[in-house]
Design a binder for this molecule. Structure first.
Ligand code: SF4
Length: 479
């Protein structure tokens, strides 16, 4: 080993990805002691292991052998990496991951930081101000701050904001301000304190494009779920199993309920009706659509009622993935293990969109929420059906491509119309995307990475009227 920096470089790489010596050792199939010896210059890894590290972390051999680290550091600053899928799938109460779960988490963080405060004030800006009432943002903040008092103010005029979902929380003691923090609710329940590193963000995945991951998996004859388990460790299986159990529970609960969803729209619950009604001339295809739609409605309705669901990737789009998975479990008797692997595949797709674009309706419109959910469901189903990596990619690509430009215009800011029905349409579309990808694989021209970039560009170009502000589209014209 010629490079004097070798020990330093391996330690730097490990820290960059927030791994312990034992976690890195596990990924490489060696002990933590071996990693410690490399980092202390006592021994060097075999060349095969160095190759393995290079592939896993997207480095070339120069990283370990060239003299200057500075150039590499500069390159890395521009790069990204992906967090754990635990930050994508979250079990929580609806109706909105960015407008309910995120602010709830922000309130909790603030409350923990300032235990001496005797009262609080939250100021909501941007999309949080415009659709916060319908999404129960104020309610979730006040509930989290209890038993202490919290006032919630809606600021509709400030436009110079770091993110469309911005909120300030201020703490008081004896009437005097003792602390203030600005939070950004990034979507999927994720929160960032303005000016600080991303809360709970553990950069775990070294590769952050589908293309790189696909190449790695092909070279190592791996499925995408195996890549997820290699990076996250075997325990991720149990976590995803819990997610799957909650998804099934939400479908079951939603199917069993009837009545009206709270909120001034007076929307009737439809899942139970869809599940039990038969079409006058019901073919197998009509039945499939009815069943899938009823499962998606079930979760969407649970979410709209503030019940417990899984963000997949958000609350508003939480019905798509469970609908497809539950239907296929019923139709083809897939085991829980097979479905967990499909959900791991789906999560990787969602994570790629979240990392390289956005899963937030307030940032990029509904294409980012429902489009991503549809891509996740397509990829998961393609995995269940044993399709190739190229076919999985194609299915996910089709799913996003045909949601490009989809606006977010929830009436009265409630996650009901068009949201619930949209989950059902996207679930049916996910199945169609898989069928199409199965037939047309070799004709594909657009990569998944390209369509994700396109979705982000489109989202940035969309007028703010269509980004969860309840100011345009259906929310403007509905009387
Ligand atoms: S329209 Fe789409 S992005 Fe907007 S709240 Fe509804 S599901 Fe979410």
């Amino acid at each position: 080993m010629k490079s004097p920096d070798f020990a330093q470089r391996i330690a730097q790489l490990r820290k960059e990805y927030n791994l312990t010596q034992s976690e890195l050792g596990k990924q490489l199939g060696v002990s933590n002691r071996a990693v410690s010896k490399w980092e202390n210059g006592i021994s060097n890894p075999q060349i095969e292991i160095i190759y393995q590290i290079c592939k896993m972390y997207g480095k070339d051999l120069d990283y370990f052998f060239e003299d200057s680290l500075e150039a590499e550091k500069e390159k890395e600053k521009k790069g990204k990496s992906m967090p754990t899928i635990r930050e994508l799938y979250k079990i929580g109460r609806g109706p909105s991951s960015s407008h309910t779960m995120g602010p709830e988490k922000a309130s909790f963080i603030f409350k923990e930081k300032y235990p001496e405060a005797d009262s609080f004030k939250a100021i909501l800006y941007g999309s949080l101000a415009r659709t916060g009432k319908g999404h129960m943002t104020d309610f979730s903040i006040i509930e989290t701050m209890k038993p202490k008092k919290c006032e919630v103010e809606f600021d509709y005029t400030t436009t110079d904001l770091p993110h469309p979902n911005t909120l300030d929380i201020i703490g008081y003691k004896d009437g005097k301000e003792i602390g203030r923090l600005r939070f950004l609710s990034l979507g999927g329940g994720q929160i960032k304190i303005d000016g600080e590193e991303l809360h709970e963000n553990k950069n775990l995945y070294p590769l952050h494009s589908f293309d790189e991951i696909k190449k790695y998996c092909e070279e190592h004859e791996m499925r995408l779920w195996q890549y997820v388990e290699m990076i996250e460790g075997k325990k991720i299986f149990d976590f995803v199993l819990e997610i799957w159990n909650q998804m099934q529970k939400s479908v079951k609960e939603g199917i069993s309920k009837t009545g009206v969803i709270p909120g001034r729209l007076g929307v009737q619950k439809k899942a139970n009706h869809l599940y039990n009604q038969h079409h006058i001339d019901e073919t197998t295809e009509t039945r499939e659509n009815r069943m899938v739609a009823s499962f998606a409605f079930a979760v969407g309705e649970e979410n709209a009622c503030g019940e417990t669901i899984v963000t997949a990737p958000t609350c508003g789009a939480s019905g798509v993935v469970p609908a497809v998975m539950c239907y296929y479990k019923k139709k083809r008797n897939f085991t829980d293990e097979e479905i967990v692997h499909a959900l791991e595949t789906a999560a990787l797709i969602g994570n790629l969109v979240k990392t390289n674009a956005s899963i937030s309706g307030a940032e990029c419109g509904c294409q980012a929420e429902i489009g991503t959910a549809c891509a996740m469901a397509s990829a998961g189903l393609a995995e269940l059906l044993g399709m190739s990596l190229s076919q999985i990619e194609y299915a996910a690509e089709i799913a996003i491509e045909h949601h490009l430009g989809l606006t977010c215009d929830p009436i009265y800011g409630l996650v009901q119309i068009p949201c619930i029905e949209r989950n059902a349409v996207a679930a049916m579309r996910a199945i169609n995307a898989v069928n199409l990808a199965n037939f047309l694989t070799d004709t594909r021209k657009i990569s998944f990475d390209l369509v994700v970039d396109t979705m982000y560009e489109t989202g940035k170009d969309l007028s703010k009227l269509y980004k969860e502000t309840a100011e345009g589209g259906l929310s403007k014209l509905y009387k």
